[in-house]
Design a binder for this molecule. Structure first.
Ligand SMILES: [Zn+2]
Length: 315
């Protein structure tokens, strides 16, 4: 795939989604099972969806996913033979529907990244399963869509450096470990120090945040991180994990970021890269709240920010 300069791009903002992304789970499960279709409905009622061209990925093959994960693990997800202790670490029961969505989402993030290369920016209404490791899933993450996209992008002749900017409140430990020997994929994780996973991996750049950090402190650290990165590298594409579990009301995060802070974060990231003609693919990452309307509102920020940033920097 040829990387087009921004001036040669055909202007179209894409949203990658699939009706089979939801996960059937027992009542009361901590993971918001139907968040993916609810997010699309929310974006539609908020008048945002019509700004995007929607596209659906096809499932990745067992062989394709096995190029980054242990083939035995991939097969165990495909045919349901995954052991019960492995499922406990993963946090899900196995089902046909879980298997299907697990093979769809990695291709969804890869598709988003390829659309971003073509058009400057694209958004995945899923993705960010950054706790998935080479041989096992963990923390509600079956396969690592970010590592999958990065490795496949780097197979393209014109892609020499992929930057992964992970702003989920939890460290992107699986991504860091899976890409540790791939120097062309640079992993950056801004995460709350005292949060899952207890045993952190070593990313190329880890920025550990104190519990209770507020908007101003968070945005200052993010701005500083972006400046430092700009001084040492220029990626061909950025995969941005816009996890909303940094929010003050999130069940699993310990930061004090408000809705205004979330939106300012997304605006800052998109402006930083798009104003330099660096394509950005966004994934939604984590977000946990019993108040589903509030949660959808948080996830919607990255899509609203993308619509605005696309008009400003890509057209
Ligand atoms: Zn998270």
């Amino acid at each position: 795939m040829r990387v087009l300069p921004f001036t040669d791009r055909f202007f179209m903002l894409h949203l990658v989604t699939h009706p089979d992304y939801d996960i059937p789970l027992a009542e009361g499960h901590r993971f918001p099972a139907s968040k993916f279709t609810r997010l699309i409905s929310h974006l539609e009622s908020a008048g945002v969806l019509s700004e995007f061209t929607q596209v659906n990925p096809t499932p990745a093959s067992v062989a394709a996913v096995s190029s980054i994960h242990d083939p035995d693990y991939v097969t165990s997800i495909s045919n349901g033979t995954i052991a019960s202790d492995a499922l406990r670490v993963l946090g899900f029961e196995w089902s046909e529907a879980l298997a299907r969505r697990s093979f769809l989402a990695p291709n969804g993030t890869l598709m988003t990244a390829k659309l971003a290369l073509e058009h400057g920016l694209a958004c995945h209404a899923a993705g960010g399963t950054h706790h998935a490791h080479y041989g096992h899933g963990a923390g509600f993450c079956v396969f690592n869509d970010i590592a999958f996209a990065a490795v496949n992008l780097l197979d393209e002749p014109d892609i020499n450096r992929v930057l992964i900017l992970d702003c989920d409140v939890h460290q992107g430990d699986g991504t860091a470990r899976m890409l540790t020997h791939e120097e062309r994929a640079v992993t950056v994780s801004l995460h709350c120090a005292r949060n899952y996973p207890a045993r952190k991996a070593i990313s190329d750049f880890d920025v550990e945040l104190d519990s209770g950090l507020d908007n101003d402190g968070y945005l200052a650290i993010l701005g500083d991180t972006l400046s430092k990165l700009a001084n040492i590298m220029r990626p061909d594409i950025v995969i941005y994990d816009a996890g909303v579990d940094v929010h003050i009301d999130d069940r699993l995060g310990y930061l004090n970021i408000t809705d205004d802070g979330l939106r300012a974060r997304d605006d800052m990231v998109l402006k930083h890269f798009l104003s330099q003609d660096i394509p950005v693919a966004t994934v939604i990452g984590g977000g946990y709240d019993k108040d589903e309307a509030a949660l959808m509102n948080r996830h919607a920020h990255i899509f609203k920010a993308s619509v605005d940033a696309y008009a400003r920097y890509c057209c």
